[in-house]
Design a protein around this ligand. Structure first.
Ligand SMILES: Nc1ncnc2c1ncn2[C@@H]1O[C@H](COP(=O)(O)OP(=O)(O)OP(=O)(O)O)[C@@H](O)[C@H]1O
Ligand SMILES: [Mg+2]
Length: 422
């Protein structure tokens, strides 16, 4: 797949509506290679979103508006007083579904053109379109011409028959509608959705990892989603409805303390793997509802770790089971990159390595420089990747073509575009 970068001077904007936080980045392309620089950042505690699902559209809308305003204000010099118009938005992993298909088209000996590739993509798209699911990504991942496979770029070649392996991602229509509704009330037009883990991979994997085979696991507050990359493309994605907030809840319940204290204890003393020294180390746990009035409980740190470890093990075991269900076998590769806010817990890499039986490293956005520390960590991998997606990959969804037809909401335009073109 050839990627066309947005031209120098273009504005890029992305919005990640997560379970724990909402982030908005505004960037500008600064050279002819597609390099971009972040000019505005908004980052607020999320509201009205549970496990990547809208639970209260009004609350989410207000949180989104505040976040976008903060980013606009910071980028005011470049925005010249104009409000932000267009954003690329994350599609939470729980609402995305991955489909692998192979489509055959007849070439009859002529030179293969973009049009033949589009014919194959259309054929595959037909198989997954329905009233309940919207097509989000269509990624050709490999071509075979007259029995010769492993072809990456078929245009210009000759043959009788071409088959294309295609990875498509569809999004749950209801979830997309709710998300669109919360965002469009802020007068923003959604130019594309991009699956969270795909974006996290675009931000945190080096090119060799994407080429040779690597899985990125994005551990967020309410969702752990993952995407498998091979040959430079995403070939599979999936998600499980557990994340860092479940760990925090377990701590609050297990130690009878407030969620705020549980979150603090997790960040300060938490670990995914125990060690011999934890037994003797005592930590203070404020008692629920009695803060400031009573002495806190003193508990061994090993008790805290004993709560965290099984939950994270469960998350990795579920991910491993999904690897098995994917049918990808060896294609899944030996390498895993862990990112997302919840990946910051010490010991996570070792536990992941042990349960998944893969080489694991920790990842954070690597393609953005000059960001303030507060928004440069692993929790910002998805939003950073949404900018990369906005800058070079939006043609993996029909939005580019849709933008040439009548304006309107994304869903209306998708419908219209499908009606006119398919
Ligand atoms: N230093 C830290 N140590 C351990 N966990 C942390 C740390 N900092 C943040 N977290 C956890 O990261 C989680 C939030 O991660 P992130 O910001 O990636 O979530 P999100 O994108 O809002 O949610 P989701 O993607 O699930 O919708 C929270 O559960 C939080 O407890
Ligand atoms: Mg997230």
């Amino acid at each position: 797949m050839k990627y066309k970068h947005k031209p120098k001077g273009s504005l890029l904007a992305a919005l990640d509506v997560g379970t724990s936080k909402i982030a908005c980045f505004i960037a500008q392309v600064i050279d002819d290679e597609g390099t971009f620089e972040v000019l505005g950042v908004g980052n607020y505690v999320s509201d009205g979103v549970k496990g990547g699902t809208m639970a209260d559209i009004g609350a989410a809308e207000a949180a989104i508006r505040n976040t976008v305003h903060a980013a606009e204000n910071m980028a005011a010099n470049v925005m010249k007083g104009y409000p932000l118009r267009e954003v690329v938005v994350n599609l939470p992993g729980l609402h995305a579904m991955s489909h692998g298909h192979t489509a055959d088209v007849n070439i009859s000996g002529h030179e293969i053109t973009d049009n033949d590739v589009r014919r194959a993509l259309m054929k595959a798209q037909d198989k997954v379109l329905s009233n309940e699911y919207e097509l989000i990504h269509t990624v050709p991942i490999g071509y075979c011409i007259d029995g010769h496979d492993g072809i990456r770029e078929p245009c210009g070649m000759f043959g009788q028959n071409m088959s294309v392996d295609i990875h498509m991602v569809t999004g749950n229509m209801g979830a997309l509608r709710n998300m669109s509704s919360a965002i469009e009330r802020s007068h923003l037009d959604i130019t594309a959705f991009c699956t969270s883990a795909y974006a996290a991979g675009l931000a945190s994997l080096v090119e060799d990892e994407m080429d040779l085979g690597c899985t990125v696991i994005d551990m967020g507050g309410g969702v752990t989603s993952f995407a498998v990359f091979l040959g430079g493309n995403m070939i599979f994605s999936d998600a499980i409805p557990l994340g860092g907030q479940h760990v925090t809840n377990d701590i609050a319940k297990g130690l009878t303390t407030s969620l705020v204290d549980a979150e603090r204890l997790k960040a300060l003393y938490g670990s995914a793997m125990g060690s011999n020294s934890d037994e003797g180390e005592l930590i203070d746990v404020p008692r629920l509802g009695e803060e400031g009035h009573h002495e806190p409980n003193h508990i061994p740190r090993s008790l805290l770790i004993g709560i965290i470890q099984p939950r994270i093990e469960e998350i990795f075991e579920l991910v491993r089971a999904r690897f098995g269900d994917s049918g990808l076998g060896q294609a899944i590769g030996r390498r895993v990159v862990l990112t997302g806010g919840a990946s910051q817990i010490p010991g996570l890499r070792d536990l992941g390595q042990h349960v998944l039986d893969k080489q694991v490293r920790l990842g954070r956005p690597i393609r953005l420089s000059g960001l303030p520390d507060a928004v440069a960590g692993p929790a910002f991998a998805t939003i950073a990747g949404l900018l990369t997606y906005a800058s070079e990959r939006t043609d993996e969804m029909p939005a580019e073509i849709m933008s040439q037809v009548e304006p309107g909401t994304l869903l209306e335009r998708t419908r219209m575009w499908l009606k006119e073109n398919w």
